[in-house]
Design a binder for this molecule. Structure first.
Ligand SMILES: Cc1ncc(COP(=O)(O)O)c(C=O)c1O
Length: 256
């Protein structure tokens, strides 16, 4: 279910950003409808969700522009930092191409301040090769997630990730929720099982946004998620016996 805080949009709102977190598409129908009704540009953050689908269409097709991250830990990772913006707008395409190259509209003729954000050729070469393997890797991630789901069915007290009907989750992360998240994470760490909290601080409580005047309690769903989420080991090469070991450790913790 989508929890949308439409009241957070004001006349000062300039754009909406939909984040397809963990590899699962955000519920795009109401988001697109809202953006259209307010005539707001919609940007999709596909950093964690390359090739994820929503109602049969790939994420990145719903907004005015979409951002991809090829940071090495991503499902399609380069050898170093890399990323991409996609858009169907020719105007936006031209502007972005200029901005990434010091705002140059023509060679050595800058029309606005930009930055250096050109995709390195070496990274592009690595990505071209890795792209051929992406579908296989996504299948392996989905199969690992199915195995986690199967085993976690027997474990009360932890909430496995939900893949809504019509969504193709690509499991950049396999993220469970637990009301005793911190204790569970310590329990796993003591058994040399890595896990990570994405993310411990919700956006409205980040020091960066302190000037907006938000306080704890303003976005209760985000705050609760920040306290409960825990991402378990997930990568294409993960083996069934390793998944079983993680789930056994969680079951042991739950039994207490
Ligand atoms: C959801 C999300 N958005 C944006 C980013 C930023 O990507 P990059 O560091 O490649 O700019 C990341 C990567 O960490 C991410 O996970």
């Amino acid at each position: 279910m989508t929890h949308l805080s439409w009241n957070a949009a004001s006349p000062r709102t300039r754009a909406l950003i939909a984040v397809h977190l963990y590899g699962l598409a955000a519920d795009m129908d109401p988001i697109v409808a809202f953006a259209k009704s307010r005539k707001l540009p919609l940007i999709e953050d596909c950093a964690q969700a390359v090739a994820a689908t929503y109602k049969g269409r790939h994420v990145g097709c719903f907004g005015d522009a979409a951002c991809l991250s090829f940071y090495p830990t991503k499902n399609l990772g380069a050898y170093g930092d890399a990323g991409m913006v996609v858009t169907n707008s020719l105007e936006l395409d031209a502007r972005l191409r200029s901005l990434r190259n010091h705002g140059q509209a023509a060679k050595y003729l800058s029309s606005e301040p930009g930055w250096n954000s050109r995709l390195d050729e070496i990274q592009a070469a690595v990505l071209r090769v890795k792209l051929r393997h992406l579908a296989d890797w996504q299948r392996a991630r989905r199969s690992n997630a199915a195995e986690y789901n199967r085993l976690l069915e027997q474990v009360p007290g932890v909430m496995p990730p939900h893949e809504p009907e019509g969504c193709g989750h690509v499991y950049h992360q396999y993220t469970i929720r637990s009301e005793r998240r911190d204790a569970l994470q310590h329990h796993l760490a003591a058994r040399k099982i890595g896990s990570t909290v994405y993310y411990p601080h919700p956006l409205h409580l980040q020091p960066l946004y302190a000037h907006l005047g938000h306080k704890a309690g303003d976005f209760p769903h985000a705050e609760r998620a920040a306290q409960e989420v825990l991402s378990l080991p997930m990568f294409p090469e993960l083996r069934k016996d390793q998944i079983a070991r993680v789930v056994e450790a969680i079951a042991e913790f739950v039994k207490g």
